[in-house]
Design a protein around this ligand. Structure first.
Ligand SMILES: Cc1cc2nc3c(=O)[nH]c(=O)nc-3n(C[C@H](O)[C@H](O)[C@H](O)COP(=O)(O)O)c2cc1C
Length: 360
């Protein structure tokens, strides 16, 4: 039925749709809904403690026996250098003064930790059918343990070089993440954000370069995008921003409203929220300090000094310091429960493919 069934066969799913892992925004409710609908639900563990991740995985396994994806960040931990963090704190000082935040307030360290032995123990315990990584891959020992747990291994590429590297390390499928994508760029062999490639150009070049199935990601939010992904040679679509409109998404009312109101040209790539390039709806912090700042410290350290600003301004009803993660196609999203959205996207894409095949 689908023009390319390599990925659905690889993972044992029915529909070629992956609900993108979205740190902090998509937890067990979303994962269960999408997997039960026949797609691949994804749990990002990037912002969860080991205990929180265990709780989510337990809930998911109780509520569905369908395949799921557990997702992890595998960035290099930042160097322990206080100077860049002090520079960043100084850069934000005017906002601390304006919002009357105590100078001496203790700033929590950021929660984002890379995939490690403890998270790997969870993989061995819960046997997710798919494990996907962002920012490269973990070390060979950890990767070997993931493979031994029976998981298919996926990771994100933002260039042909990254895709080839991931295939050489043994990835079973590669997510080609175009520039349109919401959230963090998965880039790991390069750091120049201005040379990042759009989905339309990236997917076919990655398809030509590797033998494993390729999943298109970035700016896909309706059936037209899914059909286009197949036309470009992809075997599935990974969709993030469109799922943020679902009631299952764990996002603030600010974020929900911003996604509803935003237009095609109101997002930008920024490093001011975490220290790593990511796409979000432009707000005050991005406009005044970024969108790319030389002062932002290494990922994920930039988030720490922002936390008090975010809390105080949100209490006052403002999203000036809140990361409003979004891809460029937010406007194409629909407010539907995740299971319904998954089935509707698949049905509409299938209908469009049939129409195209039947066209004289
Ligand atoms: C709110 C949000 C959080 C994200 N968090 C993660 C994550 O934890 N792990 C990951 O691999 N990708 C993450 N991504 C990137 C997605 O996997 C995917 O590449 C992207 O959503 C696709 O583009 P789209 O948002 O235009 O659909 C995130 C994206 C968004 C919008």
């Amino acid at each position: 039925m689908w023009p390319n069934d390599q990925f659905i066969k690889l993972c044992g799913i029915e529909l070629p749709i992956i609900q993108a892992p979205m740190a902090g925004s998509a937890l067990s409710d979303m994962v269960v809904a999408v997997s039960e609908a026949g797609g691949l639900g994804s749990l990002s563990c990037a912002l969860l403690s080991v205990e929180q991740a265990r709780g989510e995985l337990e809930t998911i396994r109780q509520r569905t026996s369908r395949p799921i994806n557990a997702n992890f960040f595998c960035h290099q931990p930042p160097r322990d250098e206080p100077a860049p963090q002090m520079d960043w704190r100084r850069r934000l000082n005017a906002y601390y003064v304006q919002l009357q935040i105590d100078d001496k307030i203790s700033v929590a360290t950021s929660a984002r930790t890379p995939f490690d032995d403890k998270m790997c123990d969870l993989v061995a315990e819960f046997h997710p059918e798919v494990v996907s990584f962002h920012f490269g891959l973990p070390n060979k020992n950890l990767l070997h343990r993931v493979r031994s747990a029976g998981a298919k291994i996926l990771s994100t590429a933002t260039s042909v070089d990254e895709a080839r590297w991931l295939e050489d390390q043994g990835c079973d499928a590669i997510i080609a993440q175009g520039f349109e994508a919401g959230g963090h760029r998965g880039m790991f062999l390069a750091d120049d954000v201005f040379t990042q490639v759009g989905t339309m150009a990236l997917v076919p070049q990655v398809v030509d370069a590797v033998k494993v199935p390729v999943i298109a990601a970035g700016g896909i939010a309706d059936a037209r995008g899914i059909v286009a992904a197949f036309a470009l040679g992809a075997a599935a679509a990974q969709i993030g921003t469109a799922y943020l409109r679902c009631p299952e998404a764990k996002i603030s009312p600010f974020h929900r409203q911003a996604l509803k109101d935003t237009r095609d040209n109101q997002t930008a790539i920024t490093n001011v929220f975490t220290g790593r390039p990511a796409r979000a709806i432009v707000n005050r912090l991005m406009r005044e300090v970024g969108p790319m700042s030389d002062v932002a410290p290494e990922f994920p350290l930039a988030a720490a000094a922002l936390a008090p600003l975010r809390t105080k301004s949100e209490m006052a009803g403002s999203a000036d310091f809140t990361p409003l993660w979004s891809g460029q196609a937010a406007r194409l999203g629909r407010e539907l429960p995740a299971a319904k959205l998954t089935k509707q996207l698949a049905a509409e894409a299938s209908e469009k493919l049939n129409q195209l095949q039947a066209a004289p």
